[in-house]
Design a protein around this ligand. Structure first.
Ligand SMILES: Cc1cc2nc3c(=O)[nH]c(=O)nc-3n(C[C@H](O)[C@H](O)[C@H](O)COP(=O)(O)O)c2cc1C
Length: 176
């Protein structure tokens, strides 16, 4: 059975290059990876513990989707040297209740298309957070694409074949 991978983009922008990286990954996925793009993280409410008594349907859907997958593929920009708010919020929802949370034990692959840094700070911070949560983070080969929006379209196409090579190599790493 193929390994199931849930993919999310950390950018809500319609022409997002990170959404492009998710679509590129789906196009390049080897037969032993089944990648599903969860497109609704922008619809999640801000995390609020008061909502835990009766979580909104979208929160349950997000938690169920994460629970059901073997691995999570994150393509996200860097905002002000860290992860975007929408991505951090989505992660917060799947880290409660602590110990039985949906993200528990998942392998997580992080790639970034950002501005001048290529997302290096974001990947470092997010990897640190996920390591503290006990997740295995795959960050090799390094996929930190500086000024990626100039070369990656939201439909998953790119003018730079090296980016496709990097994504294919990262997907191969996810199958191991
Ligand atoms: C609020 C904000 C802060 C940003 N901060 C950084 C940053 O710290 N480092 C960086 O490399 N790019 C930064 N950028 C640029 C984005 O990472 C870049 O535009 C990226 O392409 C956006 O991703 P997207 O194409 O998926 O929407 C920032 C952009 C915004 C809107």
């Amino acid at each position: 059975m193929p390994r199931s991978v849930l993919a999310i983009s950390g950018s809500l922008r319609q022409n997002s290059s990170n959404t492009g990286l998710v679509r590129m990954a789906m196009r390049l996925a080897p037969a032993d990876l089944a990648i599903t793009h969860w497109t609704r993280i922008g619809g999640l409410p801000f995390y609020n513990d008061d909502l835990e008594a009766d979580p909104p349907a979208i929160v349950s859907e997000w938690r169920d989707a994460v629970s059901a997958c073997d691995a999570v593929f994150v393509a996200a920009p860097e905002y002000n040297f860290g992860p975007t708010g929408v991505l951090k919020n989505a992660i917060d929802w799947v880290t409660r209740p602590l110990g039985q949370h949906a993200l528990r034990g998942k392998t997580i692959s992080i790639v970034s298309s950002a501005g001048g840094t290529g997302g290096a700070h974001m990947i470092e911070q997010l990897s640190g957070i996920l390591a503290l949560l006990g997740n295995t983070v795959i960050s090799e080969p390094v996929v930190q694409i500086a000024k990626g929006a100039e070369r990656i379209s939201a439909d998953g196409s790119t003018t730079d074949p090296e980016i496709e090579t990097l994504i294919a190599q990262r997907l191969a790493a996810l199958t191991r």
